[in-house]
Design a protein around this ligand. Sequence first.
Ligand SMILES: Cc1ncc(COP(=O)(O)O)c(C=O)c1O
Length: 353
Amino acid sequence: MTNDERQKTIPKLVRADLALLPDYTPAHVTDPRAVIKLDSNENAYGPSPRVVQALSDTRTWQFYFGQDDVREQLARYANVAPENIVITNGGDEAIDLVLRAVLEHGDVVIDAPPSFEMYRISALANRARVFDVPRDENFALDVETICQTSNVKVICLASPNNPDGQLLPRVDLLRLLELGALVMLDEAYFEYAGESAVDLISEFPNLVLVRTFSKWAGLAGLRVGYIVASPELCNALHKLRAPYNVNWAGLVAARESLNDAEYLLNNVRATIAERERMCIELGKLGWLEPIPSKTNFLLLRVRGREPQAIKQSLAQRGILIRAFKSPRLKEYIRISIGTPQQNEIVLNALRNL
Ligand SMILES: Cc1ncc(COP(=O)(O)O)c(C=O)c1O
C-alpha cells in the first residue's frame, strides 16, 4: 500500500457523519489525589470502605458474571421490580443504550442546552437529528417549544440538570410525558436532590430514568450506572447490551455500595450541608453569584472577572474547577463540592485571588 492509499483507507471506511461529533477531549489527571479535583462532580469522600475491602478480597476474576443478583438488590434500593432495571457501564452507556434501542435513521431528538453533552453525542452517533431547544437565562426548560415541535422521538433531560444543578418541575415533566415521545430523564444526582420521578415509571411506559453509582457511591472510575424503565423496554435493552457490559469489579462494588448505603448517604448529606455553606460563602465574595443547586456542584456567574483566568489561577494552586467555552456559559464557572477541608482551601484561594 502506498502512503497515499494508506491515508485514504480510514476516511473511506469510517462513517462520514461521525465528522459531526466533537473531538474526543476527556478530562484526565495523572494523579487526582495530588490536586483538589473539583472539575467533574466526583464524590469527594470516595467509595465505601466495604467496596475497597470486597475488591481486594475477591478471588473470582477469571469467571464471567452476569448482573442478575445485583439487579435484585438494586431494585430494592430503587423501589421498583428487577424487571424494571438494566445495569450499565456508567450512565454514559445507559444513555447510549436507550438511544441505540429506539432511534432510527433521521429520528428527531430534543436536547435542551446547556445540559449534559452525552445526549447530543449519543443521539448523533445513533444517526438522529438533534433539535436544540435552549434553556432560558435562568436555565429553565422551554416546555412550550418542545410541545410545539413535531415528530419528536426522544426528549433528553437531566433532573437536576448539569451544569446548573436545578430540578425539572414535575408539572413540566408531566406535560412532556403526555406528548408520547420517549422522555429520557437523567437522575445522575438524584441522591443529592432527594426527588425522583421513579413513581411515574409504572404509569408512563415512555419514561426512562438514567442513574449512576459515580456520584453518590463514589464509583466514577469503576463505571456502574443503571436504567429504570418499563419491563418491555428493559427486555429490548437486555437483548441489545453486551452480555457482560458491566465488569465483575463494578458489580462487586455496586453490591457492596448497596450493602453500605447508609454510610454513603451520610456522605451525601455531608456534601449537601457543604453545598449550602459554600453557596452562602461564595456569594459573600461579591463577584460570584451562585445558582441554588440540588447536586454536588455549584454553577456560579462571575462578575467583572474572566472565568478562564480564575480557573488558571486556581489550577496553579492545585485546585481544578470547570470554566466553559460555549457562549452561553462563558460567564460561569462550575465547582464540585469537596470535603469541608477542601472547600476551605477553595474559599481562601478565591478570597486571595
Ligand atoms: C447529568 C449527568 N449524567 C450522566 C453522567 C455520567 O455519569 P457516569 O459516570 O455514570 O457515566 C454525568 C457525569 O458527570 C452527568 O453529569
